[in-house]
Write a protein that binds this ligand. Structure first.
Ligand SMILES: Nc1nc2c(ncn2[C@@H]2O[C@H](COP(=O)(O)OP(=O)(O)OP(=O)(O)O)[C@@H](O)[C@H]2O)c(=O)[nH]1
Ligand SMILES: [Mg+2]
Length: 302
């Protein structure tokens, strides 16, 4: 009998959840960056293993919220956790377990039905001995919290180490049942993926606190009419929103060079994803204090 179901990856910001999700799926479905709080949605990626189907749910890092957006994202993760089959708590191998993990573990105690797996992530950045002691530490932590853990798996999403083993462990914990998804690898609409790729390019280029202030919205997206069938072109009109007027010139850069570079980088990624040439029209606008404004959050899809 085949197994199918959902496994959610949870943990503090920046512990490697999205990198691991992409590694498990085998293709990028979630953007990643060195900045904490990169992921802002629950993102589903599908892995078919023989007859089994494992649906991974990447989530925003759970953190002490400083904005309305932060509170919404925490609530989103906590609600989504109660709807899946397996919860994967991600603890990075290069950091000690701390109060942020305790906060998450307390939420896990409230779950009834879900199986729990601990992934010790970023295993490539520490020695074998260190991995062993992290696994022990994680096991003591789970005991002290009163958490029942089905398995502890060291893994590196970046290097691919032990990713298949983790997939095997997760699939074995799923309920029996037929596939829930067809051939798609993610449930995200194309325009969401495109907006995320633009935001990823902005995150890579912008410094300091600015990445948190950026949101991307697609105004319009469609094939250009009147093109030869063998040379299609997609038009994409997108807006990068910042929170304050002082941030706009930073995103634009001198003579608009920063924005141009963000656009060029994003366009290459979008063309690779969609397999067609793209005309990307990017503008910067101010959505005043959007992370704390219910109206702006709604408009931006939160
Ligand atoms: N060396 C190493 N780096 C990793 C690994 N996984 C993630 N990283 C790096 O850690 C940083 C954060 O990775 P993400 O996958 O974006 O982390 P996340 O948990 O999704 O972060 P949020 O979405 O902000 O909660 C990025 O710079 C990654 O390149 C890993 O297995 N090994
Ligand atoms: Mg992420």
């Amino acid at each position: 009998m085949s197994r199918s179901g959902f496994a959610i990856l949870v943990g503090r910001p920046n512990v490697g959840k999205s990198t691991l999700t992409n590694a498990l799926v085998g293709q990028p479905v979630a953007i990643t960056s060195s900045r904490p709080q990169t992921t802002r949605h629950t993102i589903r990626g599908v892995l078919n293993r023989g007859d089994d189907q494992l649906i991974l749910v990447d989530t925003p890092g759970i953190h002490r919220p400083r904005t309305l957006l932060g509170r919404r994202l925490n609530d989103l993760v906590l609600t989504t956790m109660s709807e899946v089959d397996v919860v994967v708590l991600c603890l990075p191998a290069d950091q000690k377990i701390g109060p942020g993990d305790t906060f998450i573990a307390e939420r896990l105690l409230e779950l009834r039905r879900q199986k729990l797996v601990v992934a010790v992530t970023k295993s490539d950045v520490v020695s074998r001995d260190m991995i062993a002691s992290r696994l022990m530490e994680a096991s003591r932590f789970a005991d002290s919290m009163g958490l029942q853990v089905s398995d502890f798996v060291p893994v590196s999403g970046a290097e691919g180490d032990n990713v298949d083993e983790l997939a095997h462990v997760l699939a074995s914990l799923l309920p029996e049942g037929p596939r829930l998804f067809g051939d798609e690898i993610t449930d995200q609409p194309e325009r969401v993926v495109v907006a995320e790729l633009i935001r990823e390019s902005a995150l890579e280029r912008l410094r300091d606190e600015l990445p948190h202030s950026v949101a991307v919205d697609i105004d319009e997206m469609g094939m250009r009419e009147g093109r030869r069938p063998d040379d299609p072109l997609m038009d994409i009109y997108a807006v990068i929103y910042v929170e304050r007027s002082s941030q706009k010139p930073i995103v634009l850069g001198r003579r608009g060079e920063q924005l141009k570079a963000i656009g060029a980088q994003a366009r290459a990624k979008i063309e690779a994803l969609l397999g067609t040439r793209v005309y990307l029209d990017l503008h910067v606008k101010i959505a005043k204090d959007w992370q704390n404004s219910p109206g702006q959050l709604r408009r931006l899809g939160f």
